[in-house]
Design a protein around this ligand. Structure first.
Ligand SMILES: NC(=O)c1ccc[n+]([C@@H]2O[C@H](COP(=O)([O-])OP(=O)(O)OC[C@H]3O[C@@H](n4cnc5c(N)ncnc54)[C@H](O)[C@@H]3O)[C@@H](O)[C@H]2O)c1
Length: 438
């Protein structure tokens, strides 16, 4: 298809900046340091461990993704970010308790050197948090300008050629899109006038996109998912994507549900509940932050099962999601799913899933892949929404008028075909006619 797409080489250093340097961010950074030190493998990362088939099956071409598309190497990435607490990444990783202390001890030097810049924060948007490592006395527009200055300073001091920003901050309260989000002009006016509809995550997103820096949103807040910032991203050529890293229970849902649908098994109930005890769990204990998360988690099944096309199978589905804050478990969440399905002659069956998962362990490779793929998209001059990265999100952002694709396997096909398209390789349809074509 393409072949003409010009991709700038990944020369020099890539700065990966995360607003929010808690469990996910520190686990991501510690993991990359562990890989660099030869202590670990990049397990769970498509960019590092995944292969991609090219051409016909008979050709036997299956290079590693990182050898097929020009990605920044792990030795060329530099980490930074912002948090409302001043802890270094070493301290944040220790208090998150995701990785063993013995492992962190071996990475103490590089991780202690990564310290957060002062955050743009307002407790109105995350009720359960109090921190004073924040910028004060500025209007929202001045906060955005201060973040842009931070990025420039970081780039200069760390000798970076390019930056990407991935929101790893807490889930903010549920905000509806309103007039202030509808156009860039309204949004910039809102920034100057401290409009209540503009949350801190939107200020970070604006600062990144305005500077031409790619932006991904790992949480379910609106952040960049509205026309004003989409308009800006097309103007500046900054690739954007979101929302809400697809880990844990929702990952399982988007793996299992396409299978039931493929076999035309009916479903009338899916109840999901889980316990988790990290700071994210505490934030989600606030009903307003939970509502943002709930919206993100509930959308998935309807899209995969298409009850409007299959009313007899999925027209009567009851879908419920609960999150319970339970401190003893820390980051090690336990998620239970009860799935009520039915088959031939309407006979009911039940499936129980008990996933003892480690949330940040599942999220960390997503942060890495997003950073490297967004940087690739930037060098390939692909601005605006990157739908091919839906693979990584619970609520994929899509251009107006389109519905998001949630089926993990369709998402994977889309991602890999996009890489083939970028490199001028034939798209793979799995049509199965290759023997006849030869
Ligand atoms: N862990 C997962 O598997 C997973 C999956 C999907 C989404 N997420 C989302 O990713 C985000 C991070 O998760 P986590 O487990 O690392 O949470 P965490 O609470 O450990 O870390 C979040 C950090 O963000 C900081 N923060 C909050 N508001 C900020 C602001 N305005 N500026 C800078 N820093 C700010 C907090 O101080 C905290 O250190 C959450 O929104 C969570 O919902 C996580």
């Amino acid at each position: 298809m393409s072949g003409t797409l010009e991709i700038q080489p990944a020369d020099g250093k890539l700065g990966i900046l995360t607003p929010g340097m808690g469990a996910v961010s520190s686990t991501f950074m510690a993991g990359v340091e562990a890989i660099r030190a030869g202590l670990s493998l990049p397990i769970g990362s498509l960019t590092q461990m995944g292969h991609i088939r090219l051409g016909k099956r008979t050709e036997g071409r299956q290079p590693l993704v990182k050898n097929f598309v020009p990605l920044a190497g792990l030795d060329d990435v530099v980490f930074g970010g912002w948090d409302i607490f001043p802890d270094s990444v070493y301290d944040a990783a220790r208090s998150a308790g995701v990785l063993p202390d013995a492992m962190l001890e071996q990475l103490r030097e590089p991780l202690s050197a990564i310290r957060p810049m002062t955050a743009v924060f307002d407790q109105y948007y995350v009720k359960k948090l109090h921190g004073d490592h924040v910028k004060t006395g500025l209007s929202k527009m001045e906060q955005a300008e201060a973040l842009m200055d931070d990025m420039e300073t970081f780039k200069r001091e760390n000798g970076c050629d390019r930056l990407v920003m991935i929101w790893c901050g807490s889930t903010e309260i549920f905000l509806e899109r309103s007039e202030v989000h509808e156009s860039l002009e309204a949004f910039e006016k809102g920034l100057r006038e401290d409009h209540e509809g503009i949350a801190p995550s939107m200020i970070y997103a604006y600062a990144a996109i305005k500077s031409g820096v790619p932006y991904a949103n790992g949480a379910p807040n609106l952040s960049a998912d509205f026309p004003a910032l989409e308009e800006l991203s097309r103007q500046t050529g900054a690739p954007i994507c979101g929302k809400d890293f697809k880990t844990g229970q929702t990952l399982m849902k988007t793996i299992l549900a396409p299978g039931f649908k493929a076999r035309l098994l009916g479903m009338n109930g899916w109840f999901s509940t889980n316990i988790l005890g990290n700071r994210d769990g505490e934030v989600l204990d606030d009903p307003e932050s939970f509502k943002t998360k709930e919206e993100s988690k509930l959308g998935v099944l309807g899209n995969i099962l298409q009850p409007e096309l299959y009313p007899d199978l999925y027209g009567d589905l009851y879908h419920k999601v609960r999150i319970n804050y339970y401190p003893p478990r820390g980051d090690n969440k336990e998620g239970w799913d009860n799935i009520d399905i039915f088959g031939w002659c309407g006979m009911p069956m039940q499936i129980k899933v008990d996933f003892l998962c480690r949330d940040s362990i599942l999220a960390a490779p997503i942060v890495l892949d997003l950073a490297l793929f967004l940087d690739l998209a930037r060098r390939a001059n692909l601005g605006g929404i990157q739908e091919w990265l839906s693979f990584y999100f619970k609520s994929p952002v899509v251009p107006a008028g389109l519905y998001p694709e949630h089926d993990l396997f369709i998402q994977q096909k889309k991602l890999k075909n996009t890489l083939r398209w970028m490199m001028g390789e034939e798209l793979i349809t799995h049509l199965g006619r290759e023997y006849y074509d030869e």
